[in-house]
Design a protein around this ligand. Structure first.
Ligand SMILES: Cc1ncc(COP(=O)(O)O)c(C=O)c1O
Length: 387
């Protein structure tokens, strides 16, 4: 058996989901919204199943969806992509990341990863033969410096896998940080695989800055997006990859033998959705921002030190200032058993030297769900003398 997968322990995500079911907890661990998603987009998918094409679509994705992706990024991010040579549709961002790593890495190549990191990254890098080099980010700002990058990049670096906005730290990186990372990519001749699935879920008027938009990065960047996050339909698993033709050509070979294609009906619905009026996207952000504000205020009122959530469906609390004598995982296990709220310890997103004081909650839930959670959380800090 392959060691990368056979030696993977049961993840904290699975443990927390099982505990949430056992204790009938309000589950703010998993990252999906409890709304149904935009009805017009779902109806398009239903129509496309009943009246549309249900056989293999083109390997690169439906032409109408590739055109919609290019049009969407031009409108929202000022980017120019040729839908025929620079856009490919995948079965979710995860397939795009797996394909990009398979296509770009030779065994022994180094891959720079930022901790905390999305759980799929490390096994996929290792399975592709890559050697991880970590940049360790920490609260409260989770930003990286020139010195940190200098410690991770080397002449063996082939790829940097960069998630912005970053889950789970909820950081939307400013231009200066992206420019700094780009300078390292150019200096070490590395390709940036940019996981931008949260690009539309940004708050407080922040702008998402796509790295591929920097002139020096246009030919050395893979931009990855996901309809799941844009339309709050996380089960759909429709991803987009944009890259210069010389890179996309090789990524397409990996995609050809991983999934080959993605359900045509969902592709048709996403093509429709990407062309929706600006109101939808702005409204979606506004609703999530209101949920974030509501939940953050509730957490603060209870006494939790809340970290800034600049984007994503999540918000973190840092237990360190409370002087608790337990780590984030112990705290989460106690929280679900005693207070019936499930959350995720952020240490689970570190492969080494974890930060052990930060706990992540998903606020992309109805207000009644958030209020039920806050009511249960009210007693959670009493034993440390807070509130
Ligand atoms: C950073 C990041 N990348 C990728 C994904 C997965 O995207 P998809 O469902 O399109 O595969 C997620 C989902 O939560 C994510 O947070």
């Amino acid at each position: 058996m392959n060691r990368v997968f056979s030696e993977l322990p049961v993840s904290v995500f699975e443990v927390m989901s099982r505990l949430a079911r056992e204790h009938e907890a309000v589950n703010l661990g998993q990252g999906f919204p409890d709304g149904a998603g935009p009805e017009d987009v779902r109806r398009k998918a239903a129509e496309a199943v009943v009246d549309g094409w249900n056989q293999y679509p083109p390997m690169m994705g439906l032409p109408e969806l590739r055109a919609a992706v290019a049009g969407h990024y031009k409108h929202w991010q000022g980017l120019e992509f040729d839908p025929d040579g620079e856009v490919m549709i995948t079965s979710g961002a995860t397939e795009a990341i797996a394909g990009a790593l398979m296509a770009l890495i030779e065994p022994g190549d180094e891959v720079v990863l930022f901790q905390p990191l999305y759980d799929a990254y490390l096994p996929l890098v290792q399975r592709a033969g890559g050697v991880p080099r970590f940049v360790r980010l920490q609260p409260p700002h989770w930003r990286f410096t020139e010195e940190m990058l200098a410690g991770a990049f080397s002449h063996k670096t082939k790829v940097v896998l960069f998630n912005n906005p970053l889950n789970p730290s909820c950081t939307v990186y400013p231009r200066e940080d992206i420019e700094l990372l780009a300078r390292f990519c150019v200096q070490f001749d590395a390709v940036a695989v940019c996981d931008e699935v949260w690009e539309h879920v940004v708050f407080d008027g922040r702008a998402h800055i796509p790295m591929i938009g920097l002139p020096s990065m246009r030919e050395r960047c893979v931009k990855i997006g996901s309809a799941g996050k844009i339309f709050s339909l996380t089960g759909w698993k429709v991803g987009f990859v944009c890259a210069a033709p010389s890179i996309l050509r090789v990524l397409a070979k990996a995609h050809q033998f991983i999934t080959f294609t993605t359900p045509p009906n969902l592709q048709a619905a996403v093509a429709f959705g990407l062309g929706k009026a600006d109101d939808y996207f702005i409204g979606m952000r506004g609703e999530l921002q209101a949920s974030r504000n509501h939940f953050a205020a509730g957490l603060r009122a209870i006494g939790f030190p809340v970290l800034q959530s600049q984007g994503t469906y999540f918000i973190n609390v840092d237990l360190a200032p409370l002087g608790l004598n337990e780590d984030d995982e112990t705290f989460c296990k106690r929280l679900v058993a005693e207070h019936k709220v499930a959350a995720i310890p952020v240490s689970a997103f570190y492969a080494m030297e974890p930060i052990t004081s930060v706990v992540r909650f998903c606020f992309a839930k109805r207000q009644t769900t958030l209020d039920a959670a806050l009511e249960r959380l009210a007693g959670a800090l009493r034993h440390v003398g807070v509130s």
